[in-house]
Design a protein around this ligand. Structure first.
Ligand code: NAP
Ligand code: G3H
Length: 485
């Protein structure tokens, strides 16, 4: 299905005006697998002239795309969902090698994305405009009537991170195109081979030429040119806080949707079901080796709870299978690159040197970090505040619920938090005070279901994703006012 994306030398092309084309730059970026170092192919570092062409082409396509019926647009999205699902095995196998995610999770990312696309189409069909009578406002009159509909914004720049190259590309492309926009997809470099397959899925589904074009190349080289390009009308970015802040500082009068880093806290109260809490925390903190924005990234609890929780966590963590993502049941896989492993190792060293208690793990083999748990982490340690994006979890002991809330809120991040308790009043007391986008009661922090609003506050983001919210973010209301004489 995807052979036309690449030539015989495994050079991946870019989707431009409905065709897969090679760059004139002849500058290639080789994609090596973090699993075994094998070469998976090469992507092209596109030139600024080619970026101009790609954006200009989306503008031309926009003229007719925004005039197509919603029915036509959703049909293409349903087709894309089916094609994606039919090819889940092939895409997942490539993704597994490209981003070192275990095979089962790769398949479920693809299938979840097909569901997300179908739900996007369903939602778009049920989104109604409205008619507003003027007389509900003081001094207004029944002879004024506003017909409010939604209009596309133009060309959306979709920038995705490495950890969900299919899902976090499609969650931008689907809502953008159903709203009548055209899209430039800038995939993560490590993850671009998978994301280019997604572009081909839309192409095969019959998306008209130029509605989706791809731009490959390193963000550090081509990124600034893209985000400050005058042809871009909306930037939908998921990635690190550092790059998100950089984008916000460079963009001019262009609306932004930013999904950034997190330091999600799990607050465990004395009456919690500790067995259940431990299972949730281990799943939440260590799946895909902790490389999820919503991973549980710190535990806040009391001495009395910690003394019982730590042995439960230790037992479960030590059962986690470490290894090659192709193996059945593996959870801890090599991190995306050595630089990330160096960073996580630095956090582990700082915690050890600063007197935290290493409960389990703490070791490294190449870019694999063994699942690590620290007890007695204090607020002067880096691990209390920094996002590891790796399998290391700190437990911070607190003496009251209010202290837990205070430490949770002191973080620069505000993506999600969890509260584990049987007491619904306490759960709501804490949930209301936490400065985050979402609070999970008696569950790990997680994004789905994908139609829920998903947002971060403070350094965790700006704007709201989630199917209906994403469609709304990438469109604007237009009022036509009828004045009856
Ligand atoms: P990243 O380094 O910030 O990269 C994200 C994307 O931005 C990549 O496509 C990257 O391209 C591109 N980029 C880099 N510099 C750019 C520039 N100057 N202009 C435009 N684009 C640029 O993040 P990552 O390492 O892929 O992902 C991990 C981070 O993402 C973590 O912090 C995680 O918490 C966060 N994340 C957040 C969410 C959420 O929903 N809140 C979801 C997933 C991940 P290259 O790959 O070419 O560098
Ligand atoms: O990495 C960020 C993803 O949006 C997290 O999604 O909670 O379903 O793993 P997830």
């Amino acid at each position: 299905m995807f052979s036309n994306l690449r030539n015989n030398d495994k050079i991946y092309k870019n989707l431009y005006n409905g065709e897969w084309i090679e760059s004139s730059s002849q500058k290639l970026i080789e994609i090596f697998s973090p699993v075994d170092g094998s070469s998976l192919g090469k992507v092209q570092a596109m030139t600024t002239e080619e970026v101009d062409m790609a954006i200009k082409n989306t503008k031309e396509a926009l003229k007719s795309w925004q005039e197509t019926s919603l029915n036509e647009r959703v049909d293409i999205i349903y087709k894309a969902a089916n094609i994606l699902e039919e090819n889940s095995e092939e895409i997942a196998t490539l993704m597994m090698m490209e981003i070192s995610k275990d095979k089962k999770s790769c398949v479920s990312e693809v299938v979840r994305t097909a569901d997300l696309l179908r739900f996007t189409a369903d939602t778009a069909k049920s989104m109604q405009g409205e008619a507003l009578s003027g007389d509900s406002f003081p001094g207004g009159s029944k002879s004024k009537m506003a017909f409010v509909s939604r209009e596309p914004l133009g060309t959306v720049l979709a920038i995705a991170p490495f950890n969900y190259p299919i899902n976090l590309s499609a969650s931008k492309i689907g809502p953008a195109i159903v709203a009548g926009n055209t899209v430039i997809l800038k995939p993560p470099t490590q993850g671009s081979l998978s994301a280019l397959c997604l572009a081909e899925v839309f192409n095969k589904a019959g998306l008209p030429a130029g509605v989706l074009n791809t731009v490959t190349g390193r963000g550090s080289e081509i990124g600034d040119y893209l985000i400050s390009h005058e042809g871009i009308n909306f930037i939908n970015f998921t990635g690190s806080t550092a790059v998100g802040q950089h984008i916000a500082s460079l963009s001019k009068m262009v609306p932004l949707l930013l999904e950034l880093g997190g330091k999600d806290a799990a607050i465990i109260l004395e009456d919690a079901n500790l067995e259940e809490a431990a299972t949730n925390i281990v799943n939440g903190a260590y799946s895909y080796s902790g490389q999820r924005c919503t991973a549980v990234k710190r535990i806040l609890t009391f001495d009395s709870v910690a003394d019982k929780l730590i042995p439960l966590l230790k037992e479960k963590i030590e059962k986690l299978k470490v290894g090659n993502p192709a193996e059945d049941g593996v959870v801890i896989t090599p991190l995306i690159d050595n630089k990330s492993a160096d960073f996580v190792e630095g956090l582990i060293k700082d915690a050890k040197d600063s007197g935290a208690t290493l409960v389990t793990g703490g070791t490294r083999e190449n870019n694999t970090i063994y699942p690590t748990l620290f007890d007695n982490v204090t607020t002067d340690m880096r691990l209390a505040w920094e996002e590891p994006f790796g399998p290391v979890l700190p437990l911070i002991r607190v003496s009251s619920i209010d202290e837990a809330i205070e430490i949770a809120n002191k973080s620069e991040y505000g993506l999600q938090s969890s509260v584990f308790t049987q007491d619904i009043d306490k759960a709501f007391y804490i949930a209301k005070k936490l400065e985050v986008g979402t609070v999970q009661i008696n569950n790990k922090t997680e994004r789905g279901p994908d139609h829920y609003p998903f947002l971060g506050v403070k350094s965790s983001g700006m704007g709201t994703q989630g199917i209906r919210y994403s469609i709304e973010a990438m469109s604007r209301p237009k009022a036509i006012v009828l004045n009856i004489k």
